[in-house]
Design a protein around this ligand. Structure first.
Ligand code: SF4
Length: 393
């Protein structure tokens, strides 16, 4: 007889994971946001948009890193004039970012952009917002209503006392209703704050009330590496709650590292698995093999492989066999040897220098026997052991 209430455990789900926030689909260029579509990774240029060469060069670098949509700022009329040329020279959807001047939004909409982002808190009032909505509707273009805690309208700050989650969500819902009253539903929503707790709660609150897809991010996260950790701390609970249809990690400086950070966060939360998941211990005085060397070689040989496979490589027998059993392919090291596990069973032993080759052989075999589940995108759960979902997009 335990002094704890074990019935809590009996009813707890064995395979954790919340379903995705049900959102309607909104098309942005060749990407569809929402529904069961992948959570798209986006970034924003840091160049002067009027500098077409510099902006296109940065967008190409972002594309090379895997960026799937890009946003440029449009603060002056010359920037709007540059949009057509930029769009011609890039391969991903182009989003223009508007603050303060609704005329810039109207000007941008005269160019072949794929989406508009406006901040309703600083666009200059409801009439101006309506004018932008009408033109976006005429052009058939989607718009992000990007509420930001730092620029919330005074009336919501006064009503709630400060830019708290309910204040942000009420502001957002009001603009949604205004857009809907114009017959416009091509909406994506963001509720950003530089405060992780505020952002997480704002998205949670929004997801209870509305079904437009969400762009998620922790704004003004600052300088890496802390900014990456802070973004992960905020984005993980949002993603684990099933919320988010497109993601940006905002880093001070070069935007290219934002892309890897986004994909890592999506991979770790299992919302978009695009590569093998490597489980490796931190090592300690019990280490029985050169684990760093093995992992480095393995990473190199797995480069570019889009497989939802869990590979565990642990440095000794303390947790090695246990982790290896839970992985699809596992190695538990001991005395310069590696015990290879497949689906929970020990299949053979190999010498330390043969570990990487042996793992690659097992991987080829795993790939051949799991072909049937590779094309599926929502196969999040296997029988007993948890299977990684492959959501490559
Ligand atoms: S698995 Fe072994 S070597 Fe690795 S950290 Fe744990 S005890 Fe240390």
């Amino acid at each position: 007889m335990s002094r704890f209430d074990l019935s809590v455990l009996e009813t707890a789900p064995k395979l954790p994971g919340k379903p995705r926030h049900k959102t309607r689909e909104v098309k942005v260029g060749d990407k569809v946001f929402g529904g069961d579509n992948p959570i798209w990774v986006q970034s924003m240029t840091t160049t002067d948009t009027f500098d077409v060469e510099g902006t296109v060069k940065q967008i190409h670098a972002l594309e090379e890193a895997g960026c799937e949509l890009v946003r440029v700022t449009v603060p002056k009329p010359e920037d709007a004039g540059a949009l057509s040329e930029i769009k011609k020279r890039i391969g991903i959807p182009l989003i223009c970012d508007i603050h303060f001047d609704y005329k810039m939004a109207l000007a941008a909409l005269d160019h072949p952009v794929d989406k508009l982002r406006i901040n309703p808190g600083n666009i200059g009032g409801i009439d101006r917002f309506r004018q932008v909505v009408r033109k976006a509707k005429d052009r058939g273009l989607p718009m992000r209503i990007g509420v930001n805690a730092g620029s919330l309208e005074r009336e919501f700050n006064e009503k709630y006392g400060f830019p708290c989650p309910p204040a942000m969500v009420e502001s957002c819902l009001r603009y949604i209703e205004i857009a809907e009253s114009e017959g416009y539903h091509n909406i994506i929503v963001s509720l950003k704050s530089s405060d992780v707790l505020v952002a997480v709660e704002a998205y949670r609150l929004y997801a209870k009330l509305a079904d437009y897809p969400t762009h998620i991010g922790i704004t003004e996260a600052g300088k890496p590496p802390y900014a990456v950790t802070k973004s992960a701390a905020g984005l993980a609970p949002i993603l684990l709650d099933g919320i988010g249809d497109t993601i940006r990690v905002s880093l001070l400086g070069d935007p290219v590292p934002e892309i890897a950070a986004c994909f890592d966060i999506l991979q770790a939360t299992q919302r978009r698995v695009r590569r093998p998941e490597l489980i490796a211990c931190p090592t300690c005085g019990r280490l029985a093999i050169d684990l760093e060397k093995i992992i480095a070689e393995l990473e190199q040989r797995l480069e570019g492989r889009k497989l939802p496979v869990k590979i565990s490589v642990l440095g000794c027998v303390v947790n090695g066999p246990g982790e290896a059993k839970e992985a699809d392919i596992g190695i538990a090291a001991g005395n310069g040897q590696g015990m290879i596990f497949r689906n929970g069973e020990m299949v053979r032993k190999v010498k330390e220098e043969e570990i990487v080759d042996a793992l690659m052989v097992e991987l080829a075999d795993w790939e051949a026997t799991n072909q049937h589940r590779l094309p599926k995108t929502k196969d999040a759960e296997g029988l007993g052991r948890r299977k990684l979902p492959l959501v490559t997009g």
